[in-house]
Ligand binder design. Structure first.
Ligand SMILES: Cc1cc2nc3c(=O)[nH]c(=O)nc-3n(C[C@H](O)[C@H](O)[C@H](O)COP(=O)(O)OP(=O)(O)OC[C@H]3O[C@@H](n4cnc5c(N)ncnc54)[C@H](O)[C@@H]3O)c2cc1C
Length: 498
């Protein structure tokens, strides 16, 4: 593997919301003069060497994805590994698949950790395949987005970890493992031999490793299941937040509201501007259709915002707004950047592409059970009256509950309530007040690991109960004593993990 020591002694996340000191940042790349599989195996060995270096330096080591997290989950004071160029990808033939695999072989692909979700979408499109779901903007790496449970709003799919079926983990200078579920075996003996690794089939270990924010070692390769390429037919509509709409928000029963197409959407997302005088919501629905050539690809609006782009793409423009002007400025921004639109069509990767953001964006994502949605909407409105004006809007996305042990989309039907804003003391105050209110009203909830949160050990235990113990037990099985220390950081200490 090519290992490039970077000159920087500090790491700043992509959206410039924090900087932390770090002893060494290495940018990694596969050797160019080797075949794909030899290059991959050579990189496995080098990753082991880097873990040894951290142990010898008596310091920590952590893999970095694209650096899109708002929390310091990807950081450590010791060695940070920039994995973005580790992006080999492999098609999977019958020889690599266990005879006990219950799916279809052509669904499977094996990709290296640094592959960006956007790039993967592109690559799959050319093979007539597609991811089952992804977040709204897709500059993240596959390993990084899986590790914090990145989600979109595909009602019946779930989040990124929910289509991952195998993980190749480098856990020590002398050990790397291929982890998959015992109840859903995928890899054949030949594949395990090709990767020169050892197989571990265990549901509890696998489910724990899926969302483990760098704390289970270095994820080198990921086996994922895809779908045949499809199109999304997308609409955005302004709708009154009346009794029927509120009911739909917390049941996903769409019969009594007037969606653009009379069928259950693949994707349903609601944005509520608390300053909208008409009390309307902006509702984005997407319907899954078979892929046919010749459709008109999606076009961005006048502000350059595409049909799948989310609030973080443009909410940074709200920096430094005087409190008295917040309602007007938020409303003007939403009207110009996030306006309703009629039918737009594209593949998953065209609708949710690799957008960029402007300014110091902040975001908090709260996972709640579907049926609590309107209660949380009302709490957000009350908190806004008490400590606002919040410089942003409230967004609601929905996913099927995840099997990942610490997936924050853990409720059978999870609504993720998002508060996208700009970095400021008033945003911090608002986020704290929302968390206080949810605790005081005893609303069961979780928080996105990669977005702003004030998690601590007691809070995590309250949110995940016995699942947290299972996750810790899995980590204790996978890592040896030294591994548990080197794969820790400031946050895992605070979260009661080390
Ligand atoms: C503009 C913007 C839009 C966003 N949109 C969404 C959205 O739609 N939905 C959503 O859920 N979230 C969203 N997020 C949050 C984001 O998806 C998550 O924070 C995600 O984890 C970032 O992925 P990354 O590749 O940048 O990983 P990083 O932030 O770099 O790392 C995330 C975690 O993964 C670990 N990790 C990375 N690579 C490896 C590896 N190879 N082995 C082991 N651990 C590894 C890191 O150590 C870290 O703990 C958004 C963030 C931004 C800034």
């Amino acid at each position: 593997m090519q290992i490039f020591l970077q000159p920087e002694k500090a790491f700043t996340n992509v959206h410039d919301t924090f900087t932390v000191p770090v002893a060494k940042i290495y940018a990694l790349a596969n050797e160019k003069n080797l075949s794909a599989i030899d290059g991959y195996n050579d990189s496995t060995r080098s990753l082991q060497g880097l873990i040894l270096e951290a142990i010898n330096d008596k310091t920590s080591i952590r893999a970095l994805g694209a650096g899109w997290s708002f929390t310091k989950v990807a950081t450590c004071p010791g060695i940070m590994l920039d994995t973005k160029s580790l992006n080999s990808r492999f098609t999977i033939g019958p020889r690599a698949v266990s005879p006990a695999y219950q799916g279809e072989t052509d669904k499977l692909f094996f990709v290296q950790c640094g592959m960006s979700v956007w790039e993967l979408n592109e690559w799959l499109r050319d093979r007539d395949r597609s991811l089952k779901t992804c977040g709204a903007s897709n500059g993240q790496t596959l390993a990084g987005s899986m590790s914090t449970c990145t989600h979109g709003s595909a009602l019946d799919v779930g989040s990124i970890p929910d289509y991952i079926v195998g993980l190749h983990l480098v856990v020590s200078p002398t050990r790397h493992i291929f982890l998959e579920r015992a109840s859903y075996p995928v890899a054949s003996d030949s594949l395990i031999a090709d990767l020169k690794t050892e197989i571990i089939r265990d549901d509890e270990l696998f489910n724990a490793a899926l969302v483990s924010f760098g704390s289970f070692g270095i994820i080198h390769g990921i086996m994922l299941e895809t779908e045949k390429r499809y199109l999304l037919e997308c609409y955005r509509k302004s709708m009154p937040v009346d009794k029927n709409f509120r009911n739909a928000l917390q049941t996903l029963d769409f019969n009594a509201i007037n969606l653009p197409v009379k069928e259950t959407p693949y994707h349903f997302q609601v944005v509520i501007n608390p300053y909208d005088k008409n009390n309307n919501a902006l509702v984005t629905t997407m319907y899954k259709k078979p892929y046919v050539a010749g459709y008109k690809p999606p076009v961005p609006n006048n502000a350059g915002i595409g049909p799948g782009d989310d609030l973080p793409t443009f909410v940074g423009k709200l920096a430094n707004v005087l409190p008295a002007l917040v309602p007007t400025v938020v409303t003007t921004l939403i009207n110009s950047n996030y306006a309703p639109y009629d039918k737009q069509t594209g593949t998953l990767g065209e609708i949710f592409d690799n957008t960029d953001t402007t300014g110091e964006v902040m975001s908090m994502g709260i996972g709640i059970p579907l049926e609590m949605t309107t209660q949380v909407l009302d709490i957000a409105a009350e908190v806004n009256k008490a400590v606002g004006p919040f410089v942003g809007v409230f967004a609601f996305r929905y996913v099927k509950g995840t099997k990942a042990t610490l997936g924050f989309t853990k409720f059978a039907r999870t609504c993720v309530v998002e508060f996208d804003s700009v970095s400021s003391a008033s945003t911090d105050r608002f986020y704290n007040a929302i968390c206080d209110a949810l605790e005081q009203r005893q609303v069961p909830h979780t928080v996105h690991w990669g977005k702003i949160n004030r998690l601590d050990a007691a809070g995590i235990r309250k949110m995940y109960g016995a699942s947290f113990d299972k996750w810790m037990a899995a980590r204790n099985k996978i890592l040896d004593k030294t591994g548990k220390v080197v794969f820790g950081n400031e946050l895992t200490d605070k979260w009661g993990i080390n």
